[in-house]
Design a protein around this ligand. Structure first.
Ligand SMILES: C[S@@+](CC[C@H](N)C(=O)[O-])C[C@H]1O[C@@H](n2cnc3c(N)ncnc32)[C@H](O)[C@@H]1O
Length: 282
């Protein structure tokens, strides 16, 4: 019964162009049955009501609603984020950037000081929440401009100790100028005219403010470069995600500013350029 249900759903999702039909079919069934994907193998009974609920979710996924909107949750490193309409769904590739920020904060802690870390463009709060959980000594600050996304971050960061603020990163944290050890940011970075090439899950369900950034996709990164230079203390470090086609143009923004050293780009697990890091040269 379960195997048939899963098989039919996976075929339907595959025909609709979903990138990982077997995985999504199993995740949705696990969600309906209140279990986990690996534990599905231990179940053999499904009620007619559960089948109806499952069919309805599979239909929505076939219409390219994001899987995470249907389950209401997105895994990110060691945490789960509540997500839905109005907030960017955290992506697995951003876990690498968050891991770099965790390592950078731990390196400061190893020198006997509580690291001060800022997550600009926090969205759901994924990076900030990971930092707070994985580096308990860190003082973590986060900012989000969009009102609806900020509400999701409030929910996800409740009780985490993260100092979450609502506003534009351009003017954020004047009280921390020159005092920050690590700035991390996953900004919007898709060029405006690339709209048609974006997958329906993102184009129709992630907020536009989370995706698009000027004609070359680098507008927010230019703002980030200036904000990071203002916030960081001597030898402070910044890390920022970018599109895979920006492996040269994104680091070039930092090189051209003339105030950074150790400007490096880092690949993701598929070997594609994914995020840059730099150290303030003062
Ligand atoms: C690509 S999403 C990243 C969200 C989250 N950090 C993550 O990695 O899942 C970019 C986020 O930046 C926010 N944003 C865009 N411009 C901003 C600005 N000027 N100041 C603060 N947040 C901004 C968007 O609303 C969106 O939530």
């Amino acid at each position: 019964m379960i195997r048939d249900l899963l098989g039919r759903a996976a075929v339907r999702l595959g025909r609709a162009g979903v990138a990982s039909p077997d995985f999504d079919a199993a995740e949705l069934l696990a969600h309906v049955l209140g279990t986990t994907r690996p534990a599905l193998a231990l179940r053999d009974e499904v009620t007619p009501e559960q089948v109806r609920a499952y069919d309805a979710l599979v239909a929505r996924r076939a219409a390219r609603e994001p899987l995470q909107h249907l389950t209401g949750s997105a895994p990110f490193r060691y945490v789960e984020l509540a997500v839905g309409p109005g907030v960017f769904v955290p992506r697995p590739e951003t876990e690498l950037l968050a891991g770099w920020a965790v390592d950078a904060a731990r390196a400061v802690a190893a020198r006997g000081r509580a690291p001060v870390v800022v997550d600009l463009c926090t969205g759901s709060g994924a990076i900030a929440l990971s930092l707070a959980g994985e580096v308990p000594e860190a003082e973590v600050h986060a900012v989000e401009l969009d009102e609806e996304a900020h509400r999701w971050a409030v929910r996800n960061l409740a009780g985490s100790g993260v100092d979450l603020r609502h506003g534009d990163m351009a003017e954020a944290f004047p009280d921390l100028d020159g005092c920050v050890d690590v700035v991390v940011c996953n900004p919007p970075y898709i060029p405006l005219d690339a709209y048609e090439s974006v997958a329906p899950e993102a184009r129709d369900h992630d907020p536009a403010a989370a995706l698009f950034s000027g004609t070359d996709g680098l507008e927010a990164l230019r703002v980030l470069e200036r904000v990071a230079a203002r916030l960081l203390g001597p030898s402070g470090v910044v890390g920022a995600e970018h599109a895979d086609v920006q492996g040269e143009s994104a680091p070039a923004v930092f090189v051209a500013a003339g105030r950074w050293c150790d400007v490096r780009d880092h690949p993701d697990l598929a070997g594609r350029p994914r995020f840059l890091t730099a150290r303030l040269a003062r």
